[in-house]
Design a protein around this ligand. Sequence first.
Ligand SMILES: [Zn+2]
Length: 172
Amino acid sequence: MSDRRYEFSWALLGDTQTGRPNLGPNTRLEVYRLMQFTLRDVMESRLGADETDQIFYEAGKLAGAEFYRRYFADGTDFNAFVRNLQSTLREMGIGILRVEEADVERGSFVLTVSEDLDCSGLPELGYQICTYDEGFIAGVLESYTGGPLKVKEVDCWCTGDRTCRFRAEASH
Ligand SMILES: [Zn+2]
């Protein structure tokens, strides 16, 4: 595609210090969710639910890879990486990460995110909705391990659980 306007770069996010001297870098959570769920509504009515989920997964994955590149690119051992990731996700108000299982060599992980940005407090829907997070976790972990992973959310606030649980497996 030659007419790309928004190929991702951090520069697109702008200089928040100069741009918001009074309001600063934070906004309210419902503003983020308003953006996400209205976008999801319009995409779903045009593209269908499955295609929308795939786009959210892919966008999350791009975000995860860019996030890794920006904050964690200086490859350390796994425990240091996880500690670093935990504190960054917490500081930025994305969620509280725990690693329940990790086999870096096999590429197999179980992670939980509590107080998740996307879904904590949402109504119970009977299905997992954190598709963007699945992609995000895939993007971050793939960047660390260097191999392709498939991430699936198995528990979610929206399925009545109080934490989101994600299973990541190597996909060759
Ligand atoms: Zn969830």
